[in-house]
Ligand binder design. Structure first.
Ligand code: FAD
Length: 370
């Protein structure tokens, strides 16, 4: 079986790397890329990425040592820092790695315009292909069999900033209108992201409403706007394909670990493909994948809701909150919450034999009480 991955973001490239390490041949289908947000990675995700890729990201990232969070009325200081890294730089770095170390087993193909995903599935249906749709949130694909469930309308406006003084602190702060995230990207510069429930271009006034963040910034200019509401697409898999990364689920950047989730999905995708090839029933594998993703997504929405309900009371934010509460009406909600996971991911230590394996039932010890 050959693997065709549509997309060239972190989820696509990491999945390609894992599949190559597990002995698969991979073809990557890419299209002109759009600009990626600057990422802040927590130490766990940063290390996971370095381990999977056997790389050192020091040269392309900036390490900060502290986080300060003013969420509603609560001010918390954490001594767990993180790493700021340009999404576009990381993507290029990973792509180069694939071409340098796996040129015999990987091929890339570029296409222009929209990709007809259904046509692609039909034309290669008999050729023993597995497709991974990792085309991101802004999928440039026409796909009339998918529905996307979105939970809100909010967006992030991103700025490059010059800092007033050298900083090793990453700030998160809420006002009544928005939440703000300021991470240093060098000693004197940083990236500011403002999460808004609807477009608003009066950034000066918005920043002035903050208590801490306004004092950190000397000057700023806007770089990009991103949709930033959570969403999940259904179906998540079909007969010979599965969705991955933001093409499957988009997380609210509030969670701060979209990349971590994308990498874990890439691990699970690799395990699922290897397990199907080894004879584990297709439906077992893909249901496990689907409900792992659904459950993660539901928990993510529930956590986000708690934070948003605490910080925002305006009517426009209430619409966002109501929209997230819709998750409990989704037909898969109860199935995902109650799903009995019979398999466990194994082999993710040495990364060369990743698969899912049936849980062994817990053996009852002699004196165990019921
Ligand atoms: C504003 C914002 C801030 C974020 N901040 C953080 C953060 O601080 N930390 C963190 O961990 N995560 C963060 N995330 C999440 C993170 O960006 C994603 O989880 C991560 O990039 C994984 O994305 P992906 O590879 O699934 O999709 P993408 O990065 O979107 O990649 C998809 C790729 O597929 C390509 N493509 C699209 N259509 C086609 C097609 N038809 N054919 C071929 N290729 C196609 C696109 O060009 C693109 O390159 C943030 C997200 C947003 C929106």
């Amino acid at each position: 079986m050959k693997i065709l991955i549509v997309g060239q973001g972190i989820s696509a490239l990491t999945c390609a790397k894992l599949l190559l390490l597990n002995g698969w041949q991979v073809q990557i289908m890419s299209t002109s890329s759009y600009s990626k947000p600057t990422l802040v990675l927590n130490p766990m995700t940063y290390n996971l990425l370095q381990n999977i890729w056997s790389i050192d990201l020091t040269a392309i990232s900036y390490q900060f040592s502290r986080r300060k969070v003013l969420w509603a009325e609560d001010l918390i200081t954490h001594d767990n820092g993180g790493y700021t890294i340009e999404g576009d730089t990381l993507q290029k770095y990973l792509m180069q790695n694939l071409h340098s170390f796996h040129h015999k087993d990987i091929s890339t193909q570029k296409h222009q315009g929209k990709l007809d995903f259904n046509h692609l599935l039909k034309t290669r249906a008999n050729k023993n292909f597995w497709f991974i749709n990792a085309s991101g949130r802004e999928k440039k694909t026409s796909n009339n069999t998918h529905t996307t469930n979105s939970y809100g309308n909010r967006l992030i406006v991103s700025f490059n900033v010059k800092l007033r003084k050298e900083s090793e602190t990453c700030w998160t702060e809420t006002t009544k209108n928005a939440w703000f995230f300021l991470a240093p990207s060098t000693k004197k510069t940083g990236v500011l992201q403002i999460m808004l429930p609807k477009p608003n271009s009066n950034f000066k006034e918005l920043i002035e409403e903050t208590i801490f963040i306004k004092d950190q910034i000397e000057s700023y200019y806007i770089t990009a706007k991103f949709k930033a509401f959570p969403q999940i697409s259904f179906p998540l898999y079909g007969k010979n394909w599965s969705s991955l990364g933001e093409a499957a689920m988009c997380f609210d950047p509030l969670c701060g670990d979209g990349t971590g989730y994308a990498i874990k999905e890439a691990l699970l995708t690799t395990a699922i493909i290897s397990s199907i090839a080894k004879g584990i029933p297709f439906e077992d594998c893909l249901n496990h994948y689907k409900y792992r993703l659904c459950k993660t997504f539901i928990v993510h929405i529930q956590n986000s809701l708690e934070y948003y309900m605490k910080a925002f009371t305006s009517s426009i934010w209430q619409l966002e909150i109501q929209s997230m509460k819709k998750i409990i009406h989704h037909p898969e909600y109860h199935k995902a919450i109650n799903y009995n996971f019979n398999y466990t991911l194994v082999g993710n230590q040495d990364l060369k034999q990743i698969e899912i394996s049936k849980n062994t039932p817990l053996t009852k010890k002699k004196n165990d009480k019921l």
